[in-house]
Design a protein. Structure first.
Length: 310
């Protein structure tokens, strides 16, 4: 509607619409906010508290709603541990938070305001689930840049110009809703720790889970363990500064009433190594699991928590 109104004003050849300071205030406001229509992006990197942070936003302002423009932007925050230590929430040295914000653009007396009107977040064990909505003062610097300012900060968006803009770039990643898609398939997990002697223990698991039509759950997982001497000296039992072994487990269970799963370890094929002599057989355990976005969070007996990822 606004575009047609502007076009009508420009259409009278005998009486061209005033421009610049001579243009009526309302038309100046409309022209100002229409300059924000289109696709924009922003990226920023920083180091903070032993982490490397990548912040990225993709904006799309593309709809007219009365006297305002509306759109949305997707914000991705990726946090990487600089020393390789895993985060508690993801049990990995990296995690991501993704949110999509709805925005509304208005202009008055040449002042452009962008207000966040709502948001949606990507499910994840690292997602706090709460965002504070904000507003920005927008300044169109030139045809390629827009500066957004708020109390305590500012950022500059860059236009995507003629680049093809994909709608999925401002949407949350799809997550399977059916139990077979959300829980079944391949999963992975890894962890680095130190034992009482200070030796490094690297563990990695590869899971395969299948969900039957009747809700039965079956699968296997393989756990690979490598132990490395902290002082670099050979282990007498291995004749080398490191040794490893692989355990293979079979699990069986079913889905619960809430769409999660419960299973028991029903068999294990323990790995063999001279350094394991005298170690007791592996104990079979049981766990409950639930999908959390692209993660599978397991809670074992004793409340031990494990986060599997795709």
């Amino acid at each position: 509607m606004l575009v047609l109104a502007l076009a009508a004003c420009r259409g009278h050849a005998s009486s061209p619409a005033p421009t610049g300071p001579d243009r009526p205030p309302r038309l100046r406001d409309l022209a100002a906010q229409l300059r924000l229509r289109g696709a924009w992006r922003w990226i920023h990197t920083s180091s903070e508290d032993g982490t490397y942070r990548i912040e990225r936003e993709r904006w799309m302002i593309d709809a007219i709603d009365g006297a305002a423009l509306t759109g949305r932007y997707r914000r991705d925050l990726i946090v990487i541990s600089l020393d390789g230590s895993p985060f508690v929430c993801s049990q990995q040295a990296v995690y991501a938070q993704v949110a999509v914000y709805d925005v509304r653009v208005t202009a008055r007396h040449d002042a452009i305001t962008i207000e966040e009107t709502g948001y949606r977040t990507m499910a994840s064990p690292c997602e706090p689930g709460f965002r504070k909505l904000g507003s920005y003062r927008a300044t169109v610097d030139d045809d390629r840049h827009v500066t957004l300012a708020w109390d305590g900060g500012a950022q500059t968006l860059t236009t995507l110009g003629g680049e093809l803009y994909r709608p999925e770039a401002v949407a949350l990643p799809p997550v399977p809703e059916d139990p077979a898609g959300a829980l079944g398939g391949a999963w992975a997990w890894s962890m680095r720790s130190r034992d009482e002697e200070g030796d490094v223990r690297d563990e990695a698991e590869r899971w395969e889970l299948a969900i039957g039509d009747d809700g039965t759950v079956g699968g296997t997982y393989e756990r690979s363990v490598v132990v490395s001497a902290s002082d670099g000296k050979d282990f007498p039992c291995a004749g080398a500064p490191a040794y490893g072994f692989v355990d293979r487990y079979t699990v069986r269970g079913g889905l619960d009433a809430e769409g999660g799963l419960r299973f028991d370890e029903v068999a294990v094929e323990p790995g063999q190594h001279a350094c394991l002599d005298g170690v007791s057989d592996r104990h079979l355990d049981s766990a409950a699991g639930r999908a959390d976005g692209a993660f599978l969070v397991l809670t074992w007996r004793g409340q031990r928590r494990q986060v599997l990822h795709r």
